[in-house]
Design a protein around this ligand. Sequence first.
Ligand SMILES: Nc1ncnc2c1ncn2[C@@H]1O[C@H](COP(=O)(O)OP(=O)(O)OP(=O)(O)O)[C@@H](O)[C@H]1O
Ligand SMILES: [Mg+2]
Length: 274
Amino acid sequence: MHFFQLQRRRLLSACLSLLICSGLVNGADQPSLTKDQIKQFLLTAKVIASHQSSKGITSPWRLTLSDGTITHDASFQAIDEHKTSMQLATGGTELNFVDSYKYNIAAYALAELLGMDDMVPVYVERKWQGNAGSLSWWLPVKMDEADRRKQQIFAPDSDAWNKQMYKIRVFDQLVYDNDPNLTNVLIGQNWELYRVDFSRAFRLKKDLRNPDDLVRCDRQLLEKLKALDAAQLAEKTKHYLSKDEVKAVMARRDKIVERFQKLVAEKGENEILY
Ligand SMILES: Nc1ncnc2c1ncn2[C@@H]1O[C@H](COP(=O)(O)OP(=O)(O)OP(=O)(O)O)[C@@H](O)[C@H]1O
Ligand SMILES: [Mg+2]
């Protein structure tokens, strides 16, 4: 190799190591940006490629975005359907049915308020090809929970796994997802758990959908739940949740906190909180 070429390569590789060490790029090719930088990227980066993830009419598009420096994928979901009555696949009908991308954005805002924004991808509102929708940062996923169960693969650290799963269960009860689905629980490279897709959540019900799912709770999450403020939630979700939807979240919050307080009284704090 020519001397100057060699020098250039050395310089390039030194720059790359510097970038890696400074945390701007990590080994898995995942740029480590702050949540605000991710939001900014999702709001402004150019869409350079697109494909529809599955055959369903409402299925989201997987877009590739680039701002010239960073290239990253994102999921675009534009559904916003409202029906007075909807025949459900599981049998029964749902009145005042809503399936909306807006709830994805509301869910991320709620996750931020609860300190759970590492378990939900950043969702922002963006217009693409004339339609408004939610756009989420594509996560480094190795499989979803449905695949994991099918293949009978287990996390190496079951304690760490359970602790994440208990948090997801609390979040699920809070948002009242009427379409709970194991394909919406995603597993990262190191067995991190993520929850995506809230388009059929935020029902107006003031009772919990499955109170028995609540068995243990992260202490910090419980404190954040107790501190959750209706006015703050309403402000942060103002284009995405109605007044009644916010009220219903707050009513379910009360029931979740009540349930854990009852469990603690019955079984002791160490059995229930971690
Ligand atoms: N941010 C993301 N990162 C990684 N994978 C994602 C992300 N968002 C969505 N997915 C993947 O795409 C799938 C479909 O997305 P989503 O659940 O939001 O829409 P859906 O309406 O359920 O679509 P479908 O009808 O195709 O299941 C998810 O189950 C998940 O596997
Ligand atoms: Mg889904």
